[in-house]
Design a protein around this ligand. Structure first.
Ligand code: CDP
Ligand code: MG
Length: 683
């Protein structure tokens, strides 16, 4: 880089990463060792490049974005905000941040000055997987020059110059560093996903850019909604990277399928037995379904016998551990014997493989037409993940995955008529389908008081915003004028739902913060159903322990006492349940005389989820999750007492202000009984 500086390279000048040093070494006739001017030495860590680096480099250079590298760097130099649209697999996520890094590094030749580039991803598994890949491409160790940061896991260091992070994590960082001063360039990737956090970042960064002329923003998207981004970002220039897609033949079913899982497995077997070589990608909706499908596929493949090639079935979903995530990039298994039928890889994935992760070698895509989507009904205050039909845009992206390396086939497990008539053109932005309590708390903490006039790309419904303000007010996080309270301030420090944060913050008052910490950590992790099937899952326990440690640190920072009630005390479990109620009093259900549970105030009939551990049906329960399926279930429940409800949340359960119902009558009776008792004790 030494020579570079002497040539006085101007701000964001265009230099080819790899050729420059090589050319220079030639023209100068000598090679300088150790400081990065040697083409064989990695300028990031001074180590010689590995053979693997040079191999990957050749492959990288064939990616479509490389043909527009100069154009991109010029545009970046000339503009504060830039929008980049390109087909999935064109190299946006892996290459563009490296181009940016190069430009920034040239601008700040002083190595001691800290600079960083951030690239957001809506999904944690994508942030982890892509950063690993880029670290490999740059020939550095993950967590050093290239790192990632996701909720509860920061794999970066003081050396990190390029950080992949979830959009939610960047939003959290903004709470401590409102102008995001550690970054020189921020790349919002997968903008077309329109996740809640990305949408909030849009509005936030628009403000930050005004206050920081030195900051640059690159918005990257896979679909053409980009014109909308352009309008939003004051007409920022739009750069298009043409994709290189092979034709994909699309097949529909003649009749609607009743069981898409069964239909998907049947289709996989047909492909495996009848179609030429090529890997298969199947889109399913979640961990449980995917694991179940993987087992069934492996079994059927084994039953089919040796006349067909060997098969490797790999799952992909967000809570999969990193080593397993890596397996999706492994090649298909080799033939069992020389000259035998070729092997096939079958990837069974959630939506993450739709645009976030590109797996080369996929020739067949199976699209059942569903994904898990967030839905929110502000009237009954229920947010739930619901398996719902995908949009046409999603279906298009999915089929495109079959044509990455050669012509492919996509099997849509629905009718063409259904595609044309039933699917929405686009998926609705998440902000229109979410409970906004958490977002509002974050925005308040960021000092944004006027939510109605906040520059949302798609403003949420006023009712949803009102509901969020109301919830935060009941929790005591906002006062009656909508200002953040001291309690709200502390709550916002926890990367948790407001209810859970409240439960933690008040747990010392119930002398059980140690236990509530453990409960919060367990609830913040993957579903521990594991206990039943496997006795104990060490990975889930480790993950929960790690989360707990981080929550402890926040507790200590805010002087919240770590304490427990004596385990032998009668109050041990009572205190824990009371603390839970202090957070979750808006999620109470009452057992009616009809034998059904009814959620209090919102009056929804709900059933205890079969996974519950209660050996009876208590009169009052609090729940952690409302699950919408064919019936309404409440999952992760525990019993509470009517008296506690009156004591712990008197404002919410103010009987003057309560719709007529059985729960109200019971609470009224309890109130009268208490009054009587109080009178009697006086006399
Ligand atoms: O972001 P975009 O969809 O435009 O592409 P990308 O994620 O940057 O992927 C570019 C190329 O890198 C694709 O051919 C991927 O298959 C490849 N890649 C890989 O081989 N291994 C990874 N872990 C990630 C990407
Ligand atoms: Mg990408």
């Amino acid at each position: 880089m030494g020579m570079e500086r002497k040539r006085k390279v101007s701000l964001f000048d265009v230099v080819d990463d790899t050729c420059v040093s090589a050319k220079r070494a030639k023209t100068n006739g000598f090679a300088v060792h150790g400081n990065g001017t040697n083409p064989l030495v990695n300028r990031w860590n001074g180590r010689p490049y590995s053979k693997r680096y040079l191999e990957i480099l050749e492959k990288r250079k064939t990616l479509p974005v490389w043909h527009q590298k100069e154009e991109f760097l010029q545009a970046l130099k000339a503009n504060q905000t830039l929008i980049l649209v390109g087909e999935t697999g064109s190299g946006k996520t892996t290459q563009i941040p490296q181009f940016v890094l190069e430009a920034v590094e040239l601008e700040i030749p002083d190595k001691r000055r800290k600079f960083m580039v951030a690239c957001t991803q809506p999904r944690r598994v994508a942030a982890m997987s892509v950063s690993r890949r880029v670290a490999e491409e740059m020939d550095v160790n993950i967590g050093e020059e290239v790192g990632y940061s996701i909720r509860f896991e920061d794999c970066s260091s003081s050396r990190t110059v390029l950080k992949y992070l979830t959009d939610g994590t960047l939003l959290r960082e903004a709470m401590a560093d409102p102008l995001l001063e550690r970054y020189k360039v921020i790349i919002l990737d997968e903008a077309h996903e329109r996740t809640l956090a990305t949408d909030v970042l849009f509005g936030l960064l628009k403000e930050v850019l005004k206050n920081r002329p030195d900051l640059k923003l690159v918005v990257m998207s896979a679909t053409l909604e980009a014109e909308k981004f352009q309008g939003y970002f004051y007409g920022a220039p739009l750069m298009k990277v043409p994709g290189r897609l092979h034709p994909v033949e699309i097949f529909y079913t003649e009749e609607p399928e009743r069981d898409y899982l069964e239909a998907a497995i049947r289709t996989i077997m047909q492909i495996h037995m009848c179609e030429p070589p090529g890997d298969v990608l199947v889109f399913l909706t979640g961990e449980e379904e995917i694991e179940d499908a993987c087992k069934k596929i492996s079994k059927q493949v084994a039953n089919a016998g040796d006349v067909y090639g060997p098969v490797k079935v790999v799952p992909l979903y967000s809570t999969l551990p990193p080593a397993m995530q890596q397996k999706i990039f492994d090649p298909a298994p080799p033939p069992v014997m020389v000259g035998g039928p070729p092997g096939r890889k079958i990837v069974v994935s959630t939506n993450v493989a739709e645009t976030s992760l590109t797996i080369d070698g996929i020739v067949y895509v199976i699209d059942p037409g569903f994904s898990k989507q967030k839905v929110y009904n502000p009237r009954i205050r229920v947010e739930s993940l619901l398996v719902s039909p995908i949009s046409k845009a999603s279906a298009h992206q999915r089929s495109g995955r079959a044509g990455r390396t050669q012509p492919g086939k996509c099997f849509r497990l629905y009718t063409e008529k259904s595609f044309n008539n039933d699917l929405q053109p686009q998926t609705y932005p998440e902000i229109l389908r979410s409970n906004l309590a958490n977002t509002v708390l974050t925005l308040k903490k960021l000092g944004i008081d006027d939510l109605v006039h906040f520059d949302f790309m798609d403003p949420p419904a006023p009712e949803t915003l009102m509901r969020a303000l109301e919830v935060l007010n009941y929790l005591g996080a906002l006062d009656d004028d909508g200002n953040l309270t001291k309690l709200g301030e502390i709550m916002s420090e926890f990367p948790l739902d407001p209810q859970m944060a409240k439960m933690l913050v008040v747990s010392p008052e119930f002398n059980c913060s140690n236990e509530i910490l453990s409960i919060s950590a367990m609830l913040s992790n993957e579903d521990p159903a594991w206990c039943y099937e496997n006795f104990i899952n060490p990975r889930a326990m480790k993950a929960a322990d790690n989360v707990r440690e981080q929550l402890v640190r926040i507790m200590v920072r805010y002087n919240l006492k770590l304490c427990s009630t004596d385990f032998n005390s009668h109050d041990y479990y009572i205190n824990i349940r009371k603390a839970m109620l202090a957070g979750y009093f808006m999620q109470v259900a009452h057992l009616e005389r009809t034998g059904h549970y009814l959620t209090v105030k919102d009056k929804q009939v709900v059933h205890l989820h079969p996974s519950n551990c209660l050996n009876r049906k208590p009169e009052w329960v609090i729940y952690n999750e409302f699950v919408l399926t064919s019936r309404n279930f409440i999952r992760t429940v525990t019993d509470v007492h009517g008296e506690w409800i009156l004591d712990i949340a008197p404002r919410y359960f103010d009987l003057e202000n309560f719709p007529q119902c059985e729960a109200k009558r019971v609470l009224e009776k309890l109130c009268k009984k208490r009054e009587r008792e109080r009178e009697e004790s006086k006399n």
